[in-house]
Design a protein around this ligand. Structure first.
Ligand code: SF4
Length: 86
């Protein structure tokens, strides 16, 4: 039996516009394509970094993050510091 232990386990990346911070946990992503099909100005897997936090207003970003079906995307408001997982 071959067991592969990824060094990518439990990665959590953060992207902040000073108001909201979007978090992304790649190991949870189901590649549903929902985020980048619905808010392409922010989520674009062809780019690096693939999240452009300046690509939309904070409220639009939050609403899109809430649509993530896997929980890979989350966010917190910078002034509160609380996690609001999608
Ligand atoms: S919506 Fe969530 S699960 Fe789908 S591609 Fe985006 S981050 Fe991954």
């Amino acid at each position: 039996m071959y067991i592969y232990i990824s060094m990518d386990d439990n990665i959590k990346k953060e992207y902040s516009n000073g108001e909201v911070t979007v978090t992304w946990e790649p190991q949870l992503c189901q590649h549903s394509t929902k985020c980048w099909k619905e808010l392409a100005g922010v989520f674009d897997p062809r780019k690096k970094p693939w999240i452009n936090i300046s690509g939309a207003e904070t409220e639009a970003i939050i609403q899109q993050v809430k649509q993530c079906p896997s929980g890979a995307l989350g966010y917190f408001m910078n002034d509160k510091g609380t996690d609001n997982k999608a």
